[in-house]
Design a protein around this ligand. Structure first.
Ligand code: NAP
Length: 305
């Protein structure tokens, strides 16, 4: 059996990776919150405590380290630029160095927010990033060090079911509409969101083939946020609330947003010989997981406090 170390194990992606791989891999993880779940070992401390982090990784002696923890709140990154740099860049550099020291493969989860959206085609791995906010900038700086050391960087945009009482984009739409709320969703921002369940499968394949470098792991094609919401509403047959068209410029964000974040997944599809769902097919799978009770299953498996 091989061992994976996951940073941010109580987060949306971290918890789903742990849940989906727990029967094949030995899972060890760390998060700020206390997290308990069957078949995995979790530690609770702040990742910026580098001494604790180093000791924890050396003790675990993982074969693979998946770095999912980040300061993901885009506006907070703009307000506290130092914290964004520490968490998204410096911590990533620190982890890449430890991984080299112990010959452990690192997977760094990055973001479509490294692009400014000016190029209207789907962004490819070789396109030069030009982030428009501190979140994108600090995540991009993290990527550089991981690539330099021949590890794996996965750029993505994700949603799925959380273990904690937090909502991903898909959960937020579903829950809000169910409460009868009216949502204002952007017609001028598009993206290529993938379910964390599908992303986990692709990461596993990339690891099995010992791939390194940059991969865009996202949906096939892109969709605007309004169309995403409308399609989810129709698939879940939610008639309670409503979704109205809105423009991002009318929203008082602190940080600038890129309006086009659609990425191409051609490289990963061709490398692994796989197909990946369109945004609409992905929403259908999200609904199917919901009907199968996956959201209840994962919440009853993991408990955080
Ligand atoms: N969600 C998206 O749409 C999206 C899109 C593109 C890329 N990504 C990337 O995907 C990765 C995973 O995202 P996610 O949505 O799963 O994020 P998430 O749910 O916020 O998970 C990250 C986890 O890391 C924890 N964490 C943050 N700072 C920490 C620290 N100093 N010490 C210990 N734990 C800490 C968080 O705790 P707190 O919640 O308490 O801070 C959280 O439990 C991130 O690297 C993100 O940049 C996400």
């Amino acid at each position: 059996m091989n061992r994976i170390y996951i940073t941010g194990i109580a987060g949306m992606l971290g918890a789903n990776i742990a849940y989906l791989l727990k029967d094949q891999w030995e899972i060890v993880g760390v998060d700020k919150v206390l997290f308990r779940a069957d078949k995995i070992k979790c530690e609770q401390f702040d990742l910026l405590d580098y001494q604790k982090l180093r000791e924890s990784i050396l003790r675990a002696a993982p074969d693979v380290l998946i770095h999912t923890a980040a300061l993901v709140n885009v506006d907070l990154c703009e307000e506290d630029q130092e914290l964004a740099y520490q968490l998204n860049t410096e911590l990533t550099v620190f982890l890449a160095k430890i991984c080299d020291e112990i010959s452990c493969k690192m997977v760094y989860i990055s973001t479509d927010a490294v692009f400014d959206g000016e190029d209207k085609t789907l962004y490819r791995e070789e396109d030069i990033p030009h982030p428009v906010n501190q979140y994108g900038k600090t995540k991009w700086l993290g990527e550089e060090e991981v690539l330099k050391r021949n590890h794996l960087v996965v750029r993505t945009n994700i949603y799925g079911f959380n273990v904690q009482d937090k909502y991903s984009f898909g959960e937020w739409i579903y829950q809000s509409l169910q409460r009868g709320e009216i949502l204002h969703m952007f017609t001028d921002i598009d993206f290529s969101p993938i379910l964390v369940n599908d992303l986990t499968e692709v990461i596993l394949k990339l690891l099995e083939e010992d791939r390194q470098g940059m991969y865009h792991v996202c949906a096939s094609g892109c969709i605007c946020k309004y169309d995403f919401g409308k399609y989810l509403q129709s698939i879940f047959s939610l008639n309670e609330g409503g979704i109205e068209k809105s423009q991002s410029d009318h929203f008082p964000f602190k940080a600038r947003r890129s309006k086009h974040m659609g990425m191409s997944n051609k490289k990963v599809r061709e490398t692994l010989g796989i197909s990946l769902p369109s945004p609409e097919e992905s929403i259908e799978r999200f609904y199917q997981l919901f009907c199968d009770g996956y959201h209840e299953e994962i919440k009853s498996w993991g408990r955080s406090s």
